[in-house]
Design a protein around this ligand. Structure first.
Ligand SMILES: Nc1ncnc2c1ncn2[C@@H]1O[C@H](COP(=O)(O)OP(=O)(O)OP(=O)(O)O)[C@@H](O)[C@H]1O
Length: 812
């Protein structure tokens, strides 16, 4: 770690003045400086004996420090608890606080050169619906009933390119499918619609036809059997898929969809299964559990199995569960073949659909486990040609070249190179600037590396700042109200009641939930009701659900601070901006994070924070994820962001009569940024809980930093972190002691830590370590020679697909 020679938190205890002192530890320069300082104070004590004391020394200490080392830029002295510009006669120990604006590493000129300010228009959307006239839903083979429902009730005018391709294929043949498409392109409807249409085509045998109304004659009901299973990696995603199903099934009340997920009450799930479910959405761990222990769960009529977010399912170590599920489906379906089916039109073969953004080894393995005769369906976005001319793009594509999964073409991405000390103020400035005007931005997501960091930043932004006035007067200096930071408000920590769909989205209700708060510190007079939410995997499931619901339904401008638990698959409406405050752990994570905006043809912006040095190497990865030269990736000037963010410092206070008062203070932007930072630092010092939160966040963040994928560890090298500077981003004046940086062991420690983070975040039990069992055909579907042969061919094809980039594979 580089050392910039800064004297951080260095102070000399009053009781040492006049005694013989031995200085140990640190650098020789610092020891010498401390010795000299002590000597001068001894001399002064002798000279001004009557004046000496705690009141006299602090006023001179700043001079002493700055005169001692003339080459060092002037630092602002922190007189513990008081504003640095005040002449307060504090009696507490004195310390020199590292300035936000000195000794900062600079961004490379190459990164600065890429900073462009002109607002170049973004490209044509790559995930938008196709023109309605050219491709109505009916042209895909969907029934007039479903097409009308989509257009009239769900306001969907036409399918997206991937929907067109998938629906046509799945309605045409019973073959398995591997769907690969960019974020926000409508994959959920792409696989649900054909399944639904097929289920609607089924009927009861005439002898079983109910006589309760001619319109229902022959139609299935919830007791007719479970026909489709959809597996998703997270509980949030299962609930989201279930919500899509509920909307689709509204005019079809005789069909029922349900969910089983970790964290929910098993008995409750069992009783719903007993009543009958036709389409079940599940997390793999909980489904495997039910298959083992819930006798009423009959999967003999399951004819569609969907594995959504396949890459994530494998990353989370669900391989064993999925193998077990596939095996049980095979066994129970085979047994049932011998018996009598109570449904007419049910195919003998099960169709499996695998959705994944990437074609990684894990996905290949998942394909080997689950797919038999698969068609690879994807839409070419390589050349960023709008869907109307996608045909041209396909024709222009060089033969044999694999298309990478890219960010949506219309997404405007930026990066900002910020020195570690300025990270927190720059984030605050960016959010203040973003939400300065009401209506300009509705919702933003900020991604952080770990749950502890989310908790800390949530408290930072949820508190009310008590900043010192611009010009301190003697009365101000004596006024405690300017020197004491208010403690974070106590929130009710009791678990929230589940919100019903019809419940009004009142602010009062939001405040009952400890993960939601107003953020006065980021609000502005023109946008006073800004709300902040937090989400991570260590929260109770009820809280996660309630938070997400509140953020989704909020009509107030809102910010969501979260870990990667919210990066995959979640479809949160009106997200205008995604901020990757902590860079993603892999480029795949980046694609998914920024994919929360710019969905279904809508506009969106994303901004990635990087630190000067090796991290600037990530700019080229951002560019390649955006499609190289054609992508919209710009650099933002960090100083500009600070200037704009701190152009008007807002103070938010509550009077005795409980009236909120916003005051605009004028002054220099760098002073305001410094005041803002010092205010947070004072809070962290004064409030024990806040201090603990900050230290935990810092330590967890550094550990998480060591878990970037191997390929990117040269860019995100934990050994190169300047921990002293980084501490300031957590409002700490020095790095917490006794923390391993994990060098040498960092990667393994870090890996384990990340694994833990993931397990907790998904809350699923019985996860295996994901050991590969290549060449073992167990659970590959079918068993026997035929099954093994199909699996072998599947493997071969998928490897070819990953390597050479054929656009389609079929195994006969
Ligand atoms: N044909 C359509 N026309 C307009 N909007 C659509 C259409 N199909 C889906 N959408 C909307 O697009 C959004 C994204 O859909 P969905 O969540 O299925 O995308 P996805 O491809 O699964 O994204 P991700 O890869 O991030 O999981 C949803 O809000 C959905 O309602």
């Amino acid at each position: 770690m580089a050392d910039d020679g800064m004297l951080m938190n260095f102070f000399i205890r009053e009781d040492l003045v006049g005694t013989k002192s031995v200085f140990k530890g640190g650098r020789w320069k610092d020891r010498l400086l401390a010795k000299k300082s002590l000597q001068r104070r001894k001399d002064k004590k002798t000279r001004d004996e009557p004046l000496t004391g705690s009141n006299a020394v602090p006023a001179k200490l700043r001079e002493t420090v700055s005169n001692d080392d003339v080459s060092r830029p002037t630092k602002r002295q922190k007189l513990d608890g008081a504003h640095p510009r005040s002449n307060s006669t504090a009696t507490k120990p004195k310390e020199v606080v590292s300035s936000l604006f000195t000794y900062n590493p600079k961004a490379k000129p190459s990164a600065a050169a890429q900073t462009q300010t002109e607002d170049v228009p973004a490209l044509e959307p790559s995930n938008a619906p196709l023109p309605a006239s050219a491709s109505p839903f009916t042209s895909l083979g969907l029934s007039p009933f479903l097409s009308t429902h989509l257009t009239q009730n769900l306001s969907l005018t036409a399918p997206t390119a991937i929907q067109k391709a998938v629906i046509t294929q799945l309605l045409k043949e019973d073959s398995d499918a591997f769907i690969q498409a960019e974020t926000g392109s409508g994959k959920t409807l792409a696989y649900i619609l054909p399944i639904l249409q097929r289920i609607l085509a089924l009927s009861k045998p005439s002898s079983e036809t109910p006589v309760n109304g001619a319109d229902k004659a022959g139609k299935l009901d919830r007791t007719s059997g479970l026909f489709a299973l959809i597996l998703a990696p997270t509980r949030e995603l299962t609930h989201q898929i279930s919500a899509v199903l509920t909307r689709l099934l509204r005019p079809l009340p005789w069909l029922v969809a349900g969910t089983v997920t970790g964290g929910a009450t098993k008995n409750h799930e069992k009783s719903r299964i007993r009543k009958g479910i036709n389409i079940l959405v599940a997390t793999p761990g909980r489904l495997a559990d039910h298959l083992e222990n819930t006798e009423v769960l009959d999967v003999s009529s399951v004819r569609w199995l969907v594995l959504d977010e396949g890459d994530r399912l494998m990353e989370l170590g669900f391989e064993e569960e999925i193998k077990g599920i596939v095996k049980k489906l095979e066994e129970r379906q085979d047994k049932r073949k011998l018996g009598r089916l109570n449904v007419v039109g049910l195919s003998e073969r099960r169709t499996t659909v695998l959705c994944s953004a990437t074609m990684k080894i894990g996905v290949q393995k998942l394909g080997e486990i689950s797919l038999k005769d698969a068609v690879h369906i994807k839409v070419d976005t390589e050349t960023f040609i709008s869907p109307t001319t996608n045909q041209d793009a396909a024709e222009q594509k060089p033969q044999g070249k694999e298309t990478a999964f890219l960010t949506p073409a219309q997404l405007k991405q930026s990066y900002i190179v910020v020195p570690p000390k300025q990270r927190l103020v720059t984030l605050a400035a960016l959010l203040m600037r973003t939400f300065a005007r009401k209506g300009s931005v509705m919702k933003a997501i900020v991604f952080l590396s770990c749950a502890d960091s989310v908790d800390f930043h949530f408290e930072v932004f949820a508190r009310k700042a008590v900043l010192p006035p611009k010009e301190t007067t003697p009365s101000d200096q004596n006024s405690k109200s300017h020197q004491r930071t208010r403690k974070p408000e106590k929130r009710d920590t009791s678990p929230p009641k589940e919100e019903s769909a019809t419940e009004p989205n009142s602010t009062k209700r939001k405040l009952d939930i400890p993960t939601i708060s107003p953020t006065p510190i980021l609000s502005s007079p023109s946008n006073p009701s800004l709300m902040i939410h937090k989400l991570h995997g260590s929260l109770e499931q009820k809280l996660r659900t309630a938070t997400l619901q509140s953020f989704t339904r909020s009509t107030d401008p809102s910010i969501l601070l979260c870990t990667d638990v919210a990066s995959r698959g979640l479809d949160l409406p009106n997200i205008d901006l995604v901020i990757e405050y902590d860079p993603p752990f892999s480029s795949d994570d980046h694609l998914h994070r920024v994919g929360r905006t710019a969905r279904a043809g809508k506009e969106g912006r994303a901004c990635c924070f990087l630190m000067p040095g090796p991290e600037e190497g990530y700019i080229s990865i951002l560019r390649s994820c955006a499609g190289g030269e054609l992508g919209w990736v710009k650099g933002e000037d960090a100083e500009n962001v600070l200037k704009k963010g701190f152009v008007n410092q807002i103070t938010h206070n509550t009077t005795k009569d409980n009236v909120d008062v916003l005051t605009i203070q004028e002054g220099k932007w760098d002073d305001r940024a410094t005041d803002w930072q010092l205010d947070v630092e004072r809070w962290v010092i004064d409030d024990k809980c806040a201090g603990e939160l900050a230290r935990k966040a810092f330590t967890s963040h550094v550990r998480a930093y060591a878990t970037h994928v191997v390929a990117e560890r040269g860019i995100f090298d934990v050994k190169g972190l300047h921990l002293g500077h980084l501490a300031k981003a957590f409002a700490l004046r020095e790095r917490p002691g006794h923390m391993g940086r994990g060098n040498g062991n960092a990667n393994t420690n870090g890996r384990r830590h990340r694994g833990e983070r993931r397990r907790v975040s998904e809350g699923e039990a019985n996860r295996n370590d994901g050991k590969a069992q290549r060449g073992n055909d167990d659970g590959l579907g079918g068993g026997g020679d035929e099954g093994q042969d199909a699996a072998r061919k599947m493997r071969k094809k998928m490897r070819e697909q990953a390597g050479a980039g054929a656009s389609e594979f079929n195994i006969g």
